[in-house]
Every structure is written in C-alpha cells, then in structure tokens.
Ligand binder design. Structure first.
Ligand SMILES: [Zn+2]
Length: 54
C-alpha cells in the first residue's frame, strides 16, 4: 500500500488518495486508503484520526 506524502510546515503528512484525508501517521493513511479502495466509502473509526483540512 503506497500513500502520498506531502510536507506541510516542516511536517510530513500522509494522504489517502481515494478520499483526500491527511494523516500524521502513515499507518492511518494506509488503513484509510485500503478501506476506501475496498468499500468506496469512509470509515469513521479511521477518519477521526485525520488532520483537519485548512
Ligand atoms: Zn480514505
């Protein structure tokens, strides 16, 4: 599982390419992307760990 990495204010964020949510932990981004690809929907248990968009 490969997720997109971006740098923001010196911090690395991991993006689920399916839904666009950003995570501080790669682990969550991978879980999110895996879920999104499989179910084509978001899992609240996972997305609650996302970084709020600005
Ligand atoms: Zn996702």
């Amino acid at each position: 599982m490969v997720v997109k990495e971006i740098k923001k204010n010196g911090q690395t964020l991991y993006i689920c390419e399916e839904c666009g949510f950003a995570y501080e932990q790669k682990e969550w981004a991978e879980k999110c992307q895996q879920w999104c690809q499989q179910y084509q929907s978001c899992n609240l248990e996972i997305t609650q760990h996302a970084v709020p968009p600005e």
